[in-house]
Design a protein around this ligand. Structure first.
Ligand SMILES: [Fe+2]
Length: 208
């Protein structure tokens, strides 16, 4: 169950609309390394984690990523509010998005590819999933770095820097979680068994 709090994790107050920037930042809403994918990835993977600490961490971070999705949506919305047709015509980077979605917030990559569950995994194997999560956090951090390279609006950059820092914190916490799982698992078998499946159907005893 989720409880909704009607405030953002970090405030978004953008003074100057900038549709060109919105066309880039939408990638952290619905791109391959964006916040929608992060929350779906972690909130799906949590079920097959074999330890309470890992389940709890994935639930915590997956929930926080939902809050980040909301912040990215707020940025895109504020950057595109009250646009005139002339402003859209003068912004070729935003015009293709405008044709499909006007100024609605839609989960797509900056390249125009819509969000797909094909950009995430949930394998039931804690080592595979947590290793993907480490990579996902680094890829999200790189995307925020790239947005900071393209933006000179301090109202936007303050929020992006906050989100970027959270990716680094998540990377650290997933690293700790991976170490904990490896310590708790039979390390000799880490790469041979998937606890979500193999504990239900134990392997037959060796014959002879
Ligand atoms: Fe994250």
């Amino acid at each position: 169950m989720f409880h909704y709090e009607k405030k953002l994790q970090f405030p978004v107050k953008i003074a100057t609309p900038n549709p060109k920037l919105a066309a880039f930042i939408i990638s952290q809403y619905g791109g391959p390394d964006g916040e929608l994918g992060a929350s779906m990835r972690y909130l799906s993977q949590r079920y097959s984690m074999p330890y309470a600490e890992a389940k709890g961490l994935l639930t915590d971070i997956g929930t926080e990523e939902l809050g980040h999705m909301e912040m990215v949506a707020a940025i895109v919305h504020q950057l595109t509010r009250n646009l005139t047709d002339e402003e859209v015509r003068a912004t070729p980077a935003f015009a293709p998005y405008f044709v499909d979605h006007t100024t609605g917030v839609y989960p797509t990559a900056a390249s125009g590819f819509p969000w797909t569950a094909g950009s995430i995994q949930s394998t039931g194997d804690p080592i595979a999933d947590l290793t993907e999560d480490l990579a996902a956090e680094q890829k999200a951090r790189v995307t925020y770095d790239n947005i900071l390279r393209l933006s000179d609006d301090p109202d936007v950059n303050n929020v992006i820097r906050f989100l970027r820092e959270r990716e680094i914190v998540h990377f650290q916490r997933f690293g700790e979680c991976l170490r904990l799982c490896k310590e708790k698992m039979d390390t000799r078998n880490v790469y041979l068994t998937n606890p979500a499946f193999d504990k239900i159907q134990p392997r037959p005893a060796a014959q002879g």
